[in-house]
Design a protein around this ligand. Structure first.
Ligand SMILES: Cc1ncc(C[n+]2csc(CCOP(=O)(O)OP(=O)(O)O)c2C)c(N)n1
Ligand SMILES: [Mg+2]
Length: 444
């Protein structure tokens, strides 16, 4: 399980973990004593191309473009009134872990609520990209990582970064370019990571380019004798880019443990998916890459966790890359300047009923794993914690102007530490002349 900061852990009264480890509990995961308690698992359906689809409902509508009174706008074709299905019970998550994910999703949302307020107060300036409605995909996927694994987030995966160990105050200070922020005020956006401690690759603006970096990290670990998982994300828009294909294809061919979560949130900026690609399910592309692919409901934390957990375990066994298509909805505009008026209101209403936090709460209560009072207490504790984080971030100083020019460019003399062991490579034909053997080094 991923390492998380104690402060975040302590935010919930019913905190399920201590210093990143689950508390001792009689209930372990489903493989052990949970077996008889887990409600019967409904097997996944298969899409027309044989891809397992774990969702308990299909999207009953689509969007079409139309000219009206000289304006181009989008209309919905189909029914948007269906109530949401219940969550699919997880095969692996314990009660404690499920409550932990619930609390981390609330932490994700409350942090973004605070950032939005700070933006409206002009304390945060520039781009602010929120993930309302996407918390289950960010949190539950990152929750499946182990401490040696890596994360290659996109701008909306603030929840994944919290799971990996960033504190809300880090993100808040980053957006205000404070001196104590992860980039120490050198940048005021989401482009920050930590290659030393947290194993997080800073998001790269160019869509798809971080996937090849994730492949490179997994390759680096393999050269050091270890199979790790590297969790990469890409949007329904970003997956159309060449670098997405190149990076993930390399991971597939080299059987590197890159777990690609495609966040199919129906919009890429103001472009609906109907104008972005011609296939119905992006997971079909896993067939072209030659890796296992699955479809999950991205608002169901259990489905997201189970699919990522299985992909991470494959990575550890050296079985290579996996492709997970998480279907969900981007409930905010692209960034704060975008009110997303191009999204038909009934589409927003449909997805509002599929709020991932609300659904998880109903699941936990329905299963007898949480009472209404305990849920309220967790929410109140996260609120109090977030207020402390906000106050700390706002009160923290701006960077020292005298240092503004330092640490801007990467120092090529920087030693990149080996994290997993000594480099192990074989020389295929060391004595051959360069023209006879241009690839003398082979990765084990
Ligand atoms: C190669 C590239 N092209 C265009 C952009 C500009 N851009 C940034 S985000 C974005 C939309 C991305 O949509 P999607 O991948 O669906 O992610 P979402 O915002 O929905 O999470 C665009 C066009 C970019 N950053 N990189
Ligand atoms: Mg999108």
């Amino acid at each position: 399980m991923a390492s998380r900061k104690t402060e975040v852990k302590n935010a919930g009264a019913a905190s399920a973990s201590v210093n990143g480890k689950p508390k001792e509990s009689k209930e372990t995961n489903s493989k052990e004593s949970n077996g008889s308690k887990v409600p019967p698992q409904q097997p996944p359906t298969k899409n027309p191309n044989g891809i397992p689809d774990y969702r308990l409902e299909q999207l009953p509508f689509h969007t079409e473009g139309e000219w009206k009174d000289g304006h181009y706008h989008y209309i919905v074709v189909g029914d948007t009134t269906a109530p949401p299905p219940p969550l699919r019970p997880s095969k692996y998550l314990t009660r404690e872990q499920s409550i932990d994910i619930y609390r981390l999703m609330i932490t994700n949302r409350r942090m973004e609520d605070a950032l939005e307020r700070m933006y409206k107060q002009s304390k945060v300036i520039g781009g602010l990209y929120l993930s309302l409605g996407q918390e289950a995909t960010s949190v539950a996927s990152a929750y499946a990582l182990g401490k040696d694994d890596w994360l290659g987030p996109m701008i909306r995966n603030q929840g994944s970064m919290i799971v990996k160990g960033y504190k809300p105050r880090d993100t808040m200070m980053q957006y205000m370019a404070k001196g104590g922020s992860p980039t120490r005020g050198r940048e005021s956006g989401s482009h920050y990571g930590d290659a030393k401690k947290l194993n997080v690759i800073a998001p790269i603006s160019h869509l798809g380019d971080s996937i090849s970096v994730c492949a490179g990290v997994a390759l680096g670990a393999r050269i050091q004798g270890k199979n790790i998982a590297c969790l990469a994300y890409i949007g329904d828009g970003g997956q159309s880019t060449g670098p997405t294909y190149e990076g993930f294809n390399f991971a597939a061919v080299q059987r590197l443990g890159v777990v690609l979560v495609v966040e199919h949130n129906l919009w890429a900026y103001s472009t609906p998916v109907e104008l972005q690609f011609a296939c119905k399910d992006l997971a079909d592309r896993s067939l072209g890459y030659g890796v296992p692919g699955v479809i999950v409901d991205g608002t169901d934390a259990n489905q997201v966790y189970d699919a990522t957990h299985e992909a991470v375990q494959r990575a550890y066994r050296g079985e290579g890359a996996s492709f997970i298509e998480a279907k969900l909805m981007r409930m905010k505009g692209h960034a704060m300047h975008d009110a997303a008026t191009y999204v038909p209101p009934e589409v927003k209403e449909y997805w509002k009923r599929r709020d991932p936090i609300l659904r998880m709460e109903q699941y936990l209560i329905g299963r007898g794993w949480l009472t209404v009072e305990e849920a309220k207490k967790i929410q109140a504790d996260v609120d109090a914690f977030m207020e402390e984080e906000r106050a700390f971030a706002e009160a923290s100083p701006m960077p020292d102007p005298a240092e503004a020019g330092t640490d801007v460019y990467f120092d090529n003399a920087t030693d990149i530490p080996l994290k997993y062991g000594d480099v192990r490579v074989q020389n295929a034909n060391a004595s051959a002349k360069l023209a006879e053997s241009s690839a003398t080094t082979h990765y084990k």
